[in-house]
Design a protein around this ligand. Structure first.
Ligand code: COA
Length: 171
């Protein structure tokens, strides 16, 4: 597979059903119990900052960003990130993350948080937070709470309770 065969495209409403199927296959019914899912519940993702990976007309990957607060600071939650198993290890996940981070930065976002593995996301600028400084509304392994500071701030200075930012949902 060459890079040229993969298109990273802004998400559209027409992608919703295929993304939901991909996420369901990847994470299964247990996804509803995940702390990150709770932050997304009733809290629409930013479609303008969410992207798909396609080969021809086939959707093979997706990443979404959703507005949250970390303490008083507006931020974005990255996830779910999913790539169809046969198409993994071709750089699609990385391209999706990098594209969404670039769009978030361009939109003026300062912080992107996710719950995931540092060995993977560290390559894309995500760092561990100070232990206990960032609290989520549910159980989560503190070693998997990672932040990418798009505005260059020191991750060690980020602290507070993470909560959904439902301002767009009620606007
Ligand atoms: C994680 C995921 C999106 C990566 O997609 P991808 O297109 O394969 O990613 P990339 O091609 O950019 O990177 C692949 C490399 O990262 C490694 N990698 C993948 N997940 C990793 C993890 N959790 N920790 C460390 N390394 C990881 C792969 O082994 C691979 O290494 P290689 O290049 O030496 O073969 C994909 O594996 C996936 O959909 N997994 C299931 C869902 C999931 O775990 N999502 C993330 C939730 S935090």
């Amino acid at each position: 597979m060459t890079d040229l065969s993969i298109s990273i495209l802004p998400e559209t409403p027409a992608d919703d059903a295929a993304i939901e199927r991909l996420v369901a296959r990847t994470f299964g019914p247990g996804r509803y119990a995940r702390t990150a899912f709770r932050l997304r519940e009733g809290n629409p993702h930013r479609r303008d900052l969410s992207f798909t990976a396609s080969i021809g007309t086939m959707l093979v990957g997706s990443v979404r960003l959703t507005p949250i607060f970390i303490g008083p600071a507006p931020a974005l939650l990255l996830g779910p990130l999913t790539v169809e198993p046969p198409f993994r290890s071709h750089g699609i996940g990385r391209r999706l993350v990098e594209r969404s981070l670039a769009a978030a930065k361009e939109a003026g976002a300062g912080l992107v948080l996710l719950v995931g593995d540092e060995p993977y996301y560290g390559r894309m600028g995500f760092r561990h937070v100070a232990r206990g400084a960032v609290r989520l509304p549910g159980p989560v392994d503190p070693n998997r709470v990672l932040i990418c500071p798009l505005d260059g701030r020191d991750v060690a200075s980020v602290e507070g309770m993470v909560a959904p930012d439902r301002r767009a949902a009620v606007a």
